[in-house]
Write a protein that binds this ligand. Structure first.
Ligand SMILES: Nc1nc2c(c(=O)[nH]1)N[C@H]1C(S)=C(S)[C@@H](COP(=O)(O)O)O[C@H]1N2
Ligand SMILES: [Mo]
Length: 360
């Protein structure tokens, strides 16, 4: 049995702390990922937080410090719902590992991403009540769970720029897909930062701190930063990851399968990240010499990925199918993972690629 009420088709990378990704085929099934199939990325043990005793504190550079229970948050602030894609910066790391080893990081495949309906309140409304000082440029989130990755161990935390934190789409969420947020996804309350890497959507939220500088904990200062290939992770080294880079992948048919030759339906996702939108998705079976445009499926709003489909005519024999997306800034994806390799294995957004064999 897969723990945390997850489906048995999850790809479990680690039992403790629990780390599991969605199977490629399961992602292709629907534009909203069922909670039981949604990936879970944890840097420490899942804490059990008592809902009735839980309080959210807001402090740092504020005119008024707050300490609010779940009921008080519900009463004081208007509820909001956002459909948003979460994508881990380590999504598709496996293809970087195939280039060069990345010790200590799990070989996440295509399924460290998913899209859900999140319900709660706007972080912006809570910040307004705390009256931030003008000097506060960053909003930090401290979680309850303690990770043993940093030495000494520390509670998980992260921050986002205040200009993003004050946007209406950033939520303090207590529901996922219409149900109370499960503990494994950060219940009772987590942050959801649409358009940003998953690591900024802090689970088991306990405290919000308004700051001049970004959060100085390990997961903001040292992890989740894009380093040059030669660099070693160190506080402040490299680029702190925020907005998700444009990405797309093929979800069906699965890599390595046999299909019947003739008309083959190919499906996948594309996600633009930041405030950009998916503009076009192209699929090729000849290494990108010629391309076929895919049909973009249901639009779930500006913070959600687009699933897409295209029908290809595959003759008998082996085929390599590749995909690339274009976003509203006319940016596209790099062809190969090799030049993207970095010491922690983040942001692999090379063309999606599967190999299939068409039977006569
Ligand atoms: N408190 C806390 N928040 C966290 C994490 C964590 O380990 N602890 N992992 C982060 C990372 S790296 C990702 S990708 C997302 C994953 O969210 P999920 O487990 O709900 O899919 O949560 C983020 N928030
Ligand atoms: Mo992540």
């Amino acid at each position: 049995m897969t723990p945390f009420a997850k489906r048995s088709d999850m790809v479990v990378h680690e039992e403790e702390p629990f780390n599991a990704e969605t199977a490629r085929g399961a992602l292709a099934e629907a534009s909203l990922t069922p909670t039981a199939a949604f990936f879970s990325r944890n840097h420490g043990p899942i804490p059990q937080v008592d809902r009735s005793a839980w309080r959210l504190r807001v402090d740092g550079l504020v005119g008024e410090r707050l300490s609010l229970s779940l009921d008080e948050l519900r009463e004081r602030f208007a509820e909001r719902e956002v459909v948003a894609t979460l994508q881990c910066a380590g999504n598709r790391r496996k293809d970087l590992l195939d280039v060069r080893d990345i010790p200590g990081e799990a070989p996440w495949g295509p399924g460290a991403t998913g899209t859900a309906t999140w319900r709660g309140i706007a972080l912006a409304d809570v910040l307004r009540a705390a009256r931030p000082h003008d000097a506060a440029e960053h909003v930090a989130f401290a979680g309850h769970d303690v990770s043993r990755e940093p030495q000494p161990p520390e509670a998980y935390g992260a921050s986002i720029p205040r200009r993003k934190a004050e946007r209406p789409e950033v939520l303090l969420a207590w529901e996922m897909n219409g149900k109370p947020l499960p503990a494994v996804h950060g219940g009772p309350v987590r942050v959801v930062v649409p358009g940003f890497i998953g690591a900024r959507s802090v689970k088991w939220l306990e405290r919000i701190e308004l700051r001049v500088q970004p959060w100085d904990g390990f997961f903001q200062s040292t992890a989740y930063r894009l380093l040059t290939p030669e660099a070693k992770p160190a506080p402040g080294a490299g680029v702190a990851l925020g907005e998700v880079a444009l990405n797309s992948d093929i979800l069906a048919p699965d890599d390595g399968v046999r299909v019947a030759s003739g008309a083959v339906e190919v499906r996948g996702y594309a996600f633009a990240g930041g405030e950009r939108q998916v503009a076009r998705v192209d699929v090729s079976t000849d290494e990108g010499t010629t391309w076929t445009q895919a049909e973009l499926l249901e639009d779930r709003g500006r913070w959600a990925w687009r699933l897409w489909r295209v029908e290809l005519d595959l003759g008998p024999g082996p085929h390599e199918i590749v995909v690339r997306a274009w976003d509203s800034a006319a940016a596209s994806q790099p062809e190969r993972p090799r030049p993207l390799w970095n010491p922690k294995g983040y942001v692999n957004n090379a063309w999606g690629r599967v190999h299939v064999h068409a039977d006569a």
